[in-house]
Design a protein around this ligand. Structure first.
Ligand code: PEP
Ligand code: MN
Length: 338
């Protein structure tokens, strides 16, 4: 249920509602928007109805939430959520670019990638340190050594950092070194891990699972937010279809659709979505045109010698060229110079 408080509701009145919810075993989530104050209360609808919250002073109305996802829904909060990661703000009108190698491989590789990502105008550095690989014989990541390199690259370039975590122990380690943690497609429905990142205190990048419906994806975001972490960025990274020319099929319609359903920022990963370097630039531009709040792009100083995903990684020069196109396109979209 959404409890909408009057615009002039006093703090004591809000406290009374919150306390009543707690007394009956519900968690009240207070959301202060620009235009209204709402309290999201998740739980048995019949029991919440029986509390007669409408009659309390300061309460304007009590509305049921129709979608199964509640706190992430636009029904609870209609304003776009913005999330700060380092100096980047996701969910503002300017697309944020996250760039870097699939995996951290060495100091030299990561430092070169970080310098080139920063010079191109990206604001967050990606770099896998715990790699969930299809084969147990493939490179699994440098783990803590890679995390240390990520934090050194951040210190040198001023970029914020994101890395994927695969379990609670990698999460604990990563929190000491990076600004944002990523839940990969393979872990989108690892509910215990979602709850753990919900308590971790840092922004979370939640990728869509390759067979996940949009509703399942948003329910996973709900797991994180319901644990108290509202800083969730959703990432469309392609879904598995019968098509074989591309690694996955980029579901671009998910961008405007999900942005209508949720107030959370939505970004696109054209690298894993297509698996092909030559498709990354057109799909990046298409994603920005569709309203994506940002992109996560694989870039490697020498894609041919990459330990992971070289075929879909841009070169630093290609990233430079793409960034210029993104800036021009966003200016057109926001009407600058029109
Ligand atoms: C990644 O971003 O490194 C990755 C493994 O992506 P996904 O989880 O989308 O496959
Ligand atoms: Mn990759």
């Amino acid at each position: 249920m959404v409890i909408v408080m009057g615009v002039n509701a006093r703090q004591e009145e809000i406290d009374v509602v919150m306390n009543k919810l707690t007394e009956f075993g519900f968690q009240g989530h207070l959301i202060r928007g620009v235009n209204r104050i709402v309290i999201g209360a998740v739980g048995d609808r019949a029991v919440i109805n029986s509390l007669n919250l409408e009659v309390l002073p300061g309460v304007e109305k009590v509305i049921p939430i129709i979608h199964p996802f509640k706190l992430v829904s636009r029904e609870v909060r209609d304003e776009q959520t913005t999330i700060k990661v380092g100096n980047a703000v996701l969910g503002s009108n300017k697309p944020v670019v996250i760039a870097g190698p699939c995996a951290v491989e060495s100091r030299e590789q990561l430092m070169t990638a970080a310098r080139r990502a920063a010079a191109a105008g990206a604001s967050i550095l990606r770099g896998g340190t715990f790699k969930p690989r299809t084969s147990p014989y493939s490179f699994q990541g440098l783990e803590e050594e890679g995390l240390k390199l990520m934090s050194q690259a951040a210190a040198e370039t001023g970029l914020a950092t994101v890395t994927e975590i695969v379990d609670e122990s990698s999460l604990e380690l990563a929190l000491n070194y990076v600004d944002m943690v990523q839940i990969g497609a393979r872990n989108m429905q690892n509910f215990r891990l979602l709850q753990a990142v919900g308590r971790c205190g840092k922004p979370v990048l939640l990728k869509r699972g390759f067979s996940a419906t949009i509703e399942e994806w948003l329910m996973s975001a709900e797991y994180i937010v319901s644990e108290g972490n509202a800083d969730v960025v959703l990432c469309e990274r392609g879904i598995r279809t019968f098509e074989k020319y591309t690694r996955n099929t980029l579901d671009l319609s998910a961008v405007p659709l999900v942005k209508g359903l949720t107030h959370l920022p939505v970004i696109v990963d054209p690298s894993h979505a297509t698996g092909k370097r030559e498709l990354v630039v057109p799909m990046s531009l298409a994603a920005v045109a569709a309203g994506a709040d940002g992109l996560i792009i694989e870039m490697h100083p020498e894609p041919r010698s990459a330990l992971c995903d070289g075929q879909q990684s841009l070169t630093p020069d290609e990233l430079d060229a793409l960034m210029l196109k993104i800036v021009n396109l966003s200016n057109v979209l926001s009407g600058v110079g029109a």
